[in-house]
Design a protein around this ligand. Structure first.
Ligand code: PMP
Length: 317
């Protein structure tokens, strides 16, 4: 289905109402603007042979509720309400293939830092999905560097929450990578072990085994990462969640990023050292095919990962 030609024509879900794109505004004194008090999700709807379908909607909304709980935000919607809000937003915008950004922010006006009693508002924003790491990155792979910025230490800001403030180090990582002509940066954790990219998790392959950093390496608990672990099990590929040394990335046979935006993207060099033979590897491409096959409804959805989006009736328009 053809998306609207401009953002202004789109609708945003704002606390139960579909509002015009240009009316989804907040005041400059909102707590979130000053103190970064936002939690959010990045979700994707895919076009399948039977219409739009949201990938792992429930798991994303569970993580949103978890983020609210961690930040003591009194969230008034249930997981089911939020899944429905996403379905309604995609349908109202007559989209099938799109990115969805649920967002919870403290919009009450206050310059006090403590956020507990500050009113919150919830939005669900549709966005046209694109190739996050550039056109063709999924097939060609990307060059990455180790960032000089680290993920937050466990006793600084909570990394299991998908909170706006956590993206300050991600911004620095992404900009630093761009300045030196890398597509992405890979952050280490506060102990110097491999953590993740600015907006994606990471897998390495060595001798046919998949390796990915554990939650204790200050990663976001990615839903695509979980999908890779489940698909690996289904395909009979051994996968280990294990602390990884930086140099393990240099000596890996294959490397790939995974996340809602990047999907499965091969990494072909780190710090200008070629990964394997410097081309996307066979296991990476196998996982990529399986992932996109399920998301796009071409491979059986064995684990009920897809939530269908009913298409608005075209009759009579
Ligand atoms: N890490 C970070 C920092 C992210 O922003 C994301 C994207 N949400 C991920 C990992 C991957 O998570 P997911 O697979 O749930 O999109």
């Amino acid at each position: 289905m053809a998306p609207k030609s401009s953002n202004s024509e789109m609708k945003i879900w704002r606390d139960g109402q579909m509002v015009n794109w240009d009316d989804a505004n907040i005041h400059v004194l909102s707590h979130v603007v000053h103190y970064g008090s936002s939690v959010f999700e990045g979700v994707r709807s895919y076009e399948t042979p039977s219409g739009g379908a949201i990938f792992r909607a429930r798991e994303h909304m569970r993580r949103l509720l978890d983020s609210c709980r961690i930040y003591r935000m009194p969230f008034r919607y249930s997981l089911d309400d939020m899944v429905q809000a996403m379905v309604d937003t995609v349908a109202a915008n007559e989209m099938t293939d799109c990115y969805i950004r649920p967002l919870v922010i403290r919009t009450g006006q206050s310059l006090g830092v403590g956020g507990k009693d500050i009113p919150i508002e919830t939005f669900v924003i549709p966005w046209k999905a694109g190739a996050y790491l550039g056109h063709g990155a999924d097939a060609k792979g990307v060059d990455a560097r180790i960032s000089s910025w680290r993920r937050p230490a466990p006793d600084t800001t909570p990394t299991l929450a998908k909170a706006g403030g956590n993206y300050l180090s991600s911004q620095l990582t992404k900009m630093e990578a761009g300045v030196d002509d890398y597509a992405e940066g890979i952050m280490l954790d506060s102990f110097g072990f491999v953590s993740e990219g600015s907006g994606m998790n990471l897998f390495a392959v060595r001798d046919g085994i998949l390796f990915t950093p554990p939650l204790s390496a200050s990663i976001l608990q990615g839903i695509t990462r979980d999908s890779v672990l489940v698909m690996a099990r289904d395909l009979g590929i051994e996968a280990r969640e294990q602390v990884l040394l930086r140099e393990f990335l240099y000596t890996a046979d294959e490397l790939f990023f995974c996340g809602t935006a990047v999907e499965i993207t091969p990494v072909i060099s780190v710090d200008r050292i070629a990964v394997g033979d410097g081309k996307p590897g066979p296991l990476t491409l196998r996982i990529q095919r399986e992932f996109l096959g399920i998301a796009r409804g071409k491979i059986k959805d064995r684990h009920n990962w897809l939530t269908p989006v009913p298409q608005p009736a075209l009759v009579g328009r």
